[in-house]
Write a protein that binds this ligand. Structure first.
Ligand SMILES: C[S@@+](CC[C@H](N)C(=O)[O-])C[C@H]1O[C@@H](n2cnc3c(N)ncnc32)[C@H](O)[C@@H]1O
Length: 259
């Protein structure tokens, strides 16, 4: 017995050592990425080549098109698992893949978690498919502009019934719109949770990519984040997320609420 006990104890210590060693290895990996200009510029080259090809249109989550890079989906999964929100608010629904993704994560976490999506134009066929989806029991869709005061009030009424709230901004990408969203939706984010601003990458892309759009390298979600963070000390940029992803549409867009 004594011997068994020792073996067991030895194994546990080895497992703990291995777990710690792995954590350390990961931290060192990320530090190396931070210093490695070559991998960073390769990643940026991939983004510059893949964005005009609409690479983000290529993926589904549980059968619904999710307009995201897979790396960002993994990052959101990590954040949701860590924060365990009971409410996810997202502006910008499109075809509903991201709503279904957040709802499926809340389903895995268990509990009564809900997702609220706001979009200025929820197309009938998309709405129908989202409503038919197995995850729709956790989804509320609101049609209207995300910066309309009445819409934000409706979201606020829902948010009042929840404790841990995560917000994702993925609607229009002009600076003024995102800045308004940041100001209107940041109070919903609970401490320790995140306010994720997608498409900050626009700042690093050539103007010609956005000829038919109001946004571009000088008018984009990153410009909004910079202004927002100047006045709001409740949030910091979680740099580790963007650094380790390399491939992301949200560099500097993972904001953590610390106060
Ligand atoms: C990039 S897509 C969202 C992608 C979606 N989050 C996903 O991951 O699949 C942007 C969406 O924002 C919506 N949108 C544009 N302007 C908006 C506004 N002022 N308020 C709310 N939604 C808006 C568009 O209708 C479009 O569906």
């Amino acid at each position: 017995m004594k011997q068994n006990g020792r073996v067991k104890h030895g194994k546990t210590a080895a497992t703990a050592n291995d777990t710690e060693a792995f954590k350390l290895e990961r931290i060192n990996n990320i530090k190396k990425i931070e210093k490695n200009r070559k991998i960073q510029s390769l990643a940026m080259r991939f983004m510059r080549e893949s964005i005009p090809m609409r690479y983000s249109y290529n993926f589904d989550w549980l059968g619904r098109p999710i307009i995201q890079y897979p790396q960002d989906v993994v990052a959101m999964q990590e954040i949701i698992w860590k924060v365990k929100p009971d409410l996810v608010i997202e502006t910008g629904i499109a075809r509903g893949g991201s709503l279904v993704f957040y709802a499926s994560m809340l389903e895995l976490i268990g509990g009564r978690g809900r997702v609220v999506g706001v979009d200025i134009d929820i197309r009938k066929h998309n709405k129908k498919e989202i409503e038919k989806h197995r995850m729709s029991k956790r989804i509320t869709m609101i049609e209207g502009s995300s910066t309309d005061e009445g819409i934000v009030r409706r979201v606020g009424k829902i948010a009042a019934g929840y404790n841990r709230v995560l917000v994702c901004l993925d609607s229009s990408h002009s600076r003024d719109h995102v800045l308004r969203e940041l100001k209107m939706y940041s109070p919903f984010v609970s401490r320790g949770s995140y306010l994720v601003v997608f498409d900050t990458i626009v700042k690093d892309l050539p103007k010609k990519f956005f000829r038919n759009r109001p946004w571009g390298p000088n008018n984009n979600p990153a410009s909004a984040v910079a202004i927002f963070l100047r006045d709001n000390k409740n949030f910091i940029v979680d740099r580790e997320v963007g650094t380790k992803l390399l491939i992301t549409v949200a560099p500097g867009g993972f904001l953590k609420r610390i106060l």
